[in-house]
Ligand binder design. Sequence first.
Ligand SMILES: Nc1ncnc2c1ncn2[C@@H]1O[C@H](COP(=O)(O)OP(=O)(O)OP(=O)(O)O)[C@@H](O)[C@H]1O
Length: 398
Amino acid sequence: MSDSDDLFIREDPIFVNKELLEISHLPDEDRIVGRDEEISQLANAVNPAIFGQSPSNVLIYGKTGTGKSLCAKYVSSQLVSTAEDEGVDAIFAYVDCAQDTTETQAVQTIADSVNTPEADIYIPDKGISTATYYKRLWRILDAHHDVALIILDEIDKLEDDSILMQLSRAGEAGKIEDCKIGVIGISNKIKYKDRMDERVKSSLCEREFVFPPYDATQLNEIMEARSDAFRDGVIEDGVIPRAAALAAREHGDARKAIDILRYAGEIAQSTNADTVPEDFVVQARERAETDRFSELISGSTPHSRYVLQALTVLSLNDEDATGYRTTRIYDVYEDICRQEGADALSLRRVRDLLKEHAFLDVIEQSRHSGGSAEGSYTEHELLEDPEVVKEVLEDNIE
Ligand SMILES: Nc1ncnc2c1ncn2[C@@H]1O[C@H](COP(=O)(O)OP(=O)(O)OP(=O)(O)O)[C@@H](O)[C@H]1O
């Protein structure tokens, strides 16, 4: 039996402050890089709130990992403290609409976040009607806050516009009298607005901002600002520039860049290396891709995976094609079902499953006009490298 002193490693040889690289970490101001202009425009839009007046409703667009959520949360929390100096009680609530997709879930989350012990109002997780959640929300806001900013992240994932209608018209409809509400909607789908109800659109889109992707220099700075997650001298010179170059090539995603850096450190840990060399960055990128994708398709049904597998087979066999028609995918899907000993679903169900994949940003769909003889048709394309999808699907076989 080894001495207990030898059993555990007391000091992590690679990381000193790994939280700085965790997804949920909210960096402080001096670690937010390259978003000064976006932050000041956003602050300007919500500025009236510090005097207890109505902030503008804002919609923020931009590709994933461009700092939309970060800046929205940062400006909102700054607003709350500045308003406090002015004697105004401001509060903000953050709703991840990819989790809270229904009106009831979203209003529950908002009511729970703005609730205070003084209000003495009970907001159960479930079990009361949507209308009751709203009533309690309005009561809390009216009695205890002057202004509330509601951040609706991934707003396009909401099942419908009902909550937007309620929030944008609460004052006008006489639901609340003493509290002003501002909504910050966030989406990475630039076309989201086209789907909105006209009335909601006109009140919700008072100001719109588009966050551009980061370039390699900015990604470099973002990672440098967090390099104190590692012990001194552990990351070798080329590591951050290489990770920045890889992430910049993939639409300048800061989340991807930070993930790559964290994974590179984890590879060093698991191989007992003393330092993180540049080579680990390439391995880390592959791992970041597969992990992200596994998460995206976790929980999907076998048939949903067969459909994806069919599209992957087509993509691997014909790399130059930019998309595949539903009927072609269906033929390959039927072959896969035969191999798996499963009964194939109807073409209509497969079309629905493809739509679900598009909703989760696993694939992209485009409509084409085949001319008068053919009518219009849909093509589907994988958004992820087919090799990565293949690997993840193989790992997910039950
Ligand atoms: N300018 C920045 N400075 C420092 N860190 C950043 C910056 N922009 C983004 N990050 C970090 O990158 C990650 C992703 O950022 P964020 O969640 O704000 O992106 P997003 O645009 O909202 O993406 P999504 O649409 O996928 O939600 C977070 O961990 C965030 O802390």
